[in-house]
Design a protein around this ligand. Structure first.
Ligand SMILES: Cc1ncc(COP(=O)(O)O)c(C=O)c1O
Length: 438
């Protein structure tokens, strides 16, 4: 593993209690001589670029279209913007960088709304269809025609914040009870956002992966429906729902390709995608692979240094869990175990893996907030900018840049996967309130 890192910042992660202190300590830290561009990089040794798409069963070609049809029937549906960042393109020595801004997705702050709410709808439809002995569509459910049945059901999930909010929103729309498991590191602001949607919250000790296990155990005990965005097993019983969630994520890349087409632009040559358990990156990789085959864009998976389970797994050739506290500002990416349905896709399909430090993410948030990348000011959350931060961290003309085949004709797509999903943390990191940006 080539490690370009030059030392790791030592954060005081008690930012929930004292957000301003963290901001000052990262910006003015005298004793953490850290480069803003510290990162690790691994060209994927297992990639099979020329192989035909091997995952038709898990990612059927029509899956994305089905999710788009269901989600676009929602009155709040609108494609999210695709914003050009000429400043980022110049800094990275490429022709263009486009930023798919998911902050406004369904008014829920992140791309996760595409997966969690869609999976709730699909699961409830399956349950109600079974109960009535006939197929029931999502539209019927959304109209509340089967509320007497759905009210008797409970959906449950574990989350770092965004997935829980999406599941809670889906449960509200489709009139069912939601219980969201949050580990102790999830901020109070993110818990409040979920409670506002009417969901119940259970706090657990330990890290995200532990909360996943506890939510699963509660579901078995109570007869609840698990809406998990990760799978503990490679296939079988636990894979179905995470695959539904990932089907929903495909909508964002379908939209981006349509938006490029409408603007008369070719598809991207590269994507830099942030990863927690790998669901988003795998869904996008699978979609592009099935669409473009061997000509597909190169996908670079970007993780926090302290939760780099995909990069470690790629180095080992099999899933490897990251132990420890997984402390990173990029709360949505603080996952120690890969999703077993995402892993095979990324093992074969990702071009490279990167791990970045928290400072790189804060830097990208600030640059976006200041309009410093050539666009109007953009509000982006700490997990939402990791892909962009990964791109910006690469030294122009350096070994990693060259190994990816980046150059003046490259067209890079990044996904801003969240807005200010915790406004207080955003304020602490960017130094300005959301309302003051733009
Ligand atoms: C804002 C944001 N971006 C990216 C991700 C990563 O998604 P995944 O866990 O599917 O890799 C998450 C996960 O929660 C997230 O909240």
């Amino acid at each position: 593993m080539a490690d370009s890192g030059v030392g790791r910042p030592r954060f005081d992660h008690s930012f929930q209690a004292a957000p301003t202190r963290l901001y000052q300590s990262t910006k003015g830290c005298g004793d953490c001589s850290v480069s803003r561009s510290a990162f690790s990089f691994l060209v994927n040794p297992h990639r099979t670029p020329a192989e035909p798409f091997p995952f038709h069963a898990e990612f059927p070609p029509r899956g994305g279209a089905a999710a788009l049809a269901a989600l676009s029937a929602c009155p709040r549906y609108a494609p999210t913007p695709l914003i050009s960042l000429p400043g980022a393109a110049q800094r990275s020595g490429v022709a263009e960088v486009r930023y798919k801004d998911e902050s406004g997705r369904f008014g829920l702050g992140s791309f996760k709304a595409l997966g969690g709410a869609y999976a709730v709808a699909r699961l409830l439809a399956e349950e109600v269809s079974r109960a009535l002995g006939r197929p029931v569509g999502l539209a019927e459910l959304a109209r509340g025609e089967h509320a007497e049945l759905t009210r008797r059901l409970t959906v449950v999930c574990a989350s770092d914040g965004n997935h829980g909010r999406a599941v809670a929103a889906g449960a509200k729309v489709f009139r069912t009870r939601a219980v969201i498991y949050f580990h102790e590191g999830v901020s109070d602001g993110r818990e409040a956002a979920v409670r506002t949607l009417g969901a119940e919250v259970v706090r657990t000790k330990g890290v995200y992966d532990e909360s996943v296990r506890l939510a699963g155990e509660a579901a078995v005990r109570e007869g609840w429906l698990v809406v998990s965005d990760t799978a503990a097993e490679p296939a079988g019983e636990t894979a179905g729902v995470p695959l539904m969630v990932m089907e929903g994520y495909r909508v964002l890349v379908m939209e981006a390709l349509d938006q490029l087409r409408a603007a008369g632009r070719p598809p991207p040559t590269h994507l830099f995608l942030q990863s927690g358990v790998g669901g988003l990156a795998a869904a996008v990789t699978a979609h592009l692979w099935s669409e473009f085959g061997a000509d597909r864009p190169k996908v670079v998976v970007v993780e926090p240094t302290r939760a780099d389970c995909l990069m470690r797994s790629a180095a080992a050739g099999q899933p490897v869990a990251v132990e420890g506290d997984l402390q990173t500002l990029m709360a949505g990416l603080a996952c120690g175990e890969v999703s077993r349905v995402a892993w095979p896709v990324l093992k074969a399909g990702a071009e490279a893996f990167m791990a970045i430090d928290d400072l790189a993410a804060v830097d990208a948030m600030q640059a976006l907030a200041e309009g410093g990348l050539g666009a109007e000011p953009i509000v982006a959350g700490e997990s939402g900018v990791a892909g962009l931060a990964g791109l910006l961290a690469l030294p122009l003309g350096g070994a990693e840049w060259l190994s990816l085949g980046l150059g003046p004709s490259s067209r890079v797509l990044v996904v801003g996967t969240e807005g200010a999903t915790d406004p207080d943390i955003y304020h602490a990191l960017v130094g300005r309130r959301v309302a003051a940006v733009g």
